[in-house]
Ligand binder design. Sequence first.
Ligand code: URP
Ligand code: ZN
Ligand code: ZN
Length: 460
Amino acid sequence: MSLLIKGGEIVTGDEHFIGDIYCEHERITHIDRNIDAPPGAEVINASGKYVFPGFIDPHTHIYLPFMGAFSKDTYETGSKAALVGGTTTIFEMVCPSRSMSAAEGFALWNEQSAGKSACDYTYHMGVTKFDAESAEQLREIVKAGVSSFKIFLAYKGAFGIDDAELYQTLKLAKELGVIVTAHCENETLVAERQKELLAAGKAGPEQHHESRPPRVEAEGVHHLMTFAELTGAHVYIVHLSCDEALREALAARHRGVNVSIETLIQYLVLDKTDAERADFEGAKFVMSPPLRDKRNQEILWNGLRSGLVNTVATDHAPFDFKTQKPMGRDDFTKIPNGIPSLEDRVNLLFTHGVKTGRLDLHTFVNVASTNAAKIFGLFPRKGAIQIGADADLVIYDPEYRGMISATTQAMNVDYSAFEGWKIEGRPSVVTVRGEVAVRDGKFVGTIGRGKFLARATTHF
Ligand code: URP
Ligand code: ZN
Ligand code: ZN
């Protein structure tokens, strides 16, 4: 199977030119101005379109038992949705409960993913407890190609770890050359504020923000930064949502802490008032950290533009509005957290970032693809258009005009947080290692073709 993509405007993190790309045996083998089609090659005309490296979502939950519910996507539905939206590689959070061992968690997530994904995928290994047994098992999991951990400073009694466990996890990570991704919120403050609000009869979805205001997140970031500074571990803050938390991270970076920063598409385009919608509609917008005051959006866009914020992810965690979110109808602390966005991230970032002039094309590619590949040890296999890279390519039509709706989305969830929103641009063709997986917005790929990506550790 070989593929020739002709005449597209090729855009990477640092290049922009018109050319042809030839792909054979899953890789890019030739890039030039005018390549003649070899016999048998499929030729795709990309003139008038951009050709981007496949996009990478560094933070998703495909299989997630959480808050008494299971998130709705499977590897089959989630990977199809990712591809339709231009994402060719996903990072899944392996989140074992504290009653499971790390090895059991790893095995369970492997059972969920094996042979079911249409796009390539890799894991961040959740460290939801730390003892001698987990340390040994984590070493094995790292040897199996998972070179990043995930920790939660929130979710007391569920995934959250205590300070001794945090310290030990970061020390092990530093020793192994593993990066630690972290959910930063002070779990004690969250738990105390939740109790106070419920006792005062404040139980609606709009109270979610009150229970975890910006200072709660900033305190979580500050805490992580102290531990990262003392252990020398490389840390990555997931889903950073606000100015206060960003300032803590940047102050630490200035003192030499090795910290990378992720924000989410949701924080860039939605805000706190969405979670305040009447008639429990706000529950559609409950996630942690919560959607913030609108003033934070420009701060995050500026952070991306200036390179202070490294990546834009989704934290995709789909729970149905009709049957799952109502678990918290009378108590906001029981609303399953998450806003599905895997399919929409790239189009929303293009529409609200590139089309509005907030991001140039290179920054768009960097924050949605290349930076994640570099931070997590996939570059230049992923996140690049160069000879030898995997032929994961997105032929993107900037003239397309459409609308997001739950009725047409591929994600397996009964609502869209972006219902009726207009998009300006979408992937017209998406390839996974040289095979066309999306044509004209429709999935045409192969379930099970997605590979687990083993990643090496780094020592820095
Ligand atoms: O609300 C969220 N973010 N749900 C998914 C779990 C997590 O915290 O990443
Ligand atoms: Zn989180
Ligand atoms: Zn998450």
